[in-house]
Design a protein around this ligand. Sequence first.
Ligand SMILES: Nc1ncnc2c1ncn2[C@@H]1O[C@H](COP(=O)(O)OP(=O)(O)OP(=O)(O)O)[C@@H](O)[C@H]1O
Length: 544
Amino acid sequence: MDQCRAKLESTSLVKLYGEFTGTSNRKGRCAVILTEKDLVVQRLTSAPVGRNKVVLSLKDCVGCRAYRGNDSADKAAYLVAYFYPLKRRWMSSKVSRQRVEQGFRLASLQDPQANLEEAEKWARAVRERSARQQFPRNGVLMSQMSRPCQMMLLVNPQSGKGQALTLYNNHIQRMLNEAGIKHTLVITERQNHAREMVKEADLSQWDALVIMSGDGLLYEVINGLLERPDWEEAIRTPLGILPGGSGNALAASIHHYSGASPVTSEELLVSCGFLLCKGLVSHMDMVSVHLCSSPRLFSFLSLAWGFVADVDIESEKYRHFGAVRFTIGTLVRLASLRVYKGRLAYLPATRDHNSEEALRSNTMLCKDRVPPVTLPAVRDSSFHNSCHSNNSLKVRRVESTPSRSVTKALPGPHDSLLPPLDQPLPDDWVVVPEEDFVLMLAMYQSHLAEDLLAAPEATPDDGVIHLFYVRAGISPTALLRLFLAMEKGAHLTTNCQHLVYTKVRALRLEPYSPKGIITVDGEVVEYGPVQAAVHRGLSRLITG
Ligand SMILES: Nc1ncnc2c1ncn2[C@@H]1O[C@H](COP(=O)(O)OP(=O)(O)OP(=O)(O)O)[C@@H](O)[C@H]1O
């Protein structure tokens, strides 16, 4: 055993060393070492070392605590650490986060208080080191929520298959307790309940607002925040999302940004719960949406018209099937594929625009209550990346007056890119030559649903709208092939001549037919002319 200790301590990486017993088996002793990055547990037996050694990465640790047992005659103190490492599922090549609890009994001293102090020293050291394990995203540093923190957790009990509260009880409550995160549970009672609540709330009480539902509840919360007179401060409150709906697009996007391989359902929930506990905060783009007669809206996910919007809304009736509702809806709509007529125009994203926006966002950060975040460098060499090779030759430009402001008097940020909806577009906009479409989809996060990686290049704060449209003439089989490829984000490499993809900063759509469906973040909005513009990094998102 001394040999083992000497071997373990020989490395300068060791921060703490102790010999404890397990919590259930008091005879089984183990050597425990804490390094800057790992907790190493070595069972002290005569068996070969490899088989008795567990190395747990502190990156996977959400919390650690020390406590005294219930038995007052017991002089020992206890130490327990909670990990959610990525593990391969049994008989599967897929990996997902799975809970591992490591508990130890410390009883080397006669004085119970001294044992507790020793256990607390360990718990603090584990927590501090696990908090130091940052996850850089594409070389970007994110800020971390300070502890202790207080979250408002809004749960929509009707979301998805109506299981959100059960999922909260089975997973999230325990995870947040393990991470030492205090939260107040708010169960939403009706539509717009969350919107009204955040509009009136004293936000100084909350370090984060977390939504456990589909994307619709977050849409309400964001719009509630941006309707406040203090919207500029309010929208900087970090927002979190836990998947409780059937689409869960933002939750799937957050999981994707963390670099982990795709998961769905409860595995996605555990992953998002883990990322929430780690509490890394990055910026998230917001898109302002102007409709004919409704007030301006804010969107964090998507704007859809045509096939995608129809499937989203028509598949509501299959809600009890969960995420499969979109597959059923897609097949039903494919059987009666429609053409949607309208005029689409956009302001292309350019490298210059992006750099300008990055500068503006960085300046804005100086006022933040979270520490500064470095925005990503512009990575793309070309922002106009059409899948249809002739597209750039066919675009025509509109002759018009220069851009005029549209929203100075409204709460929320000023829309400098958009003229009033009934006014002509500025001449740096591009009008799409086609007027017959099967779908138009504007995305600002990577996922359209748990299993649809619609915009593989998207990041939460890239400052661009990823615009897709499919021209009329595509066969139902080819469209189905596109959606199947989208499950892996491979639709852009299918060489489909009807699909066009381009990065834009603003867009305008004028549907010609008198009736139809337009969705914003999966919610139906007023049908008719619509225009939208991106506001880079306006909000804060707890991500990974
Ligand atoms: N208790 C409630 N009863 C009915 N509706 C509610 C309740 N709480 C919230 N809502 C409303 O339900 C709507 C749908 O919520 P959300 O999109 O979050 O879940 P979902 O529709 O189940 O998700 P998905 O679109 O992924 O299926 C929101 O507009 C929200 O305002």
